[in-house]
Design a protein around this ligand. Sequence first.
Ligand SMILES: [Fe+2]
Length: 200
Amino acid sequence: MIVLPGESREMAHAGLACRTAEGVALICSRAEAEGLEILESPSPYFEDGFAVRDPDGHLICFGKAIAESGEHEGIHGPTQHLTFASLDVERFVDFYHGKLGFALSDRVLHDNGTLATAFTTSNHEHHTIACFKSDRTGVDHHSYEAGEWATIRDWCDHFATQDVQLMRGPGRRGPGNNLFILIEDPDKNWIEVSAELEVI
Ligand SMILES: [Fe+2]
């Protein structure tokens, strides 16, 4: 996660790493064929990168990850997924599934048949980018991989020593079946720590 000066609860950009430059080029040519404008990736962590803007204005970067050097302090794990809040979940599906080619892995419907939540994935896990129907546009939450329950427990203990309250959890989500806790950071961003997300 990179923190930049800006509006509270605004996402500057998100990045998805591909294993190879060929993989990046494949997504780029698909995006181009779908008529998307190909933009420069601002990510300092990617080479051979590009970016597209989704219908809600989020800048989404793809690239080959530059290998990190050095050890990090504290409990750490990779970013697992990103979840948007949107006025229009159908449009989200059309973009991420229809245009970029993410798999549509799960959906939650309102009683009237419209989408309450859509889950899309770009790897073996249940979701990498999801979208919740909302009365606002932005990020709902982003989530970090803990690997297993014991590490979530350690996070809970760590948050207790720092007087960080859990907003929700520990518990298990419905779609994705993952163990989770949710906290709010000082900028009111919702942060999830997650484990055992369903593999599909
Ligand atoms: Fe989540």
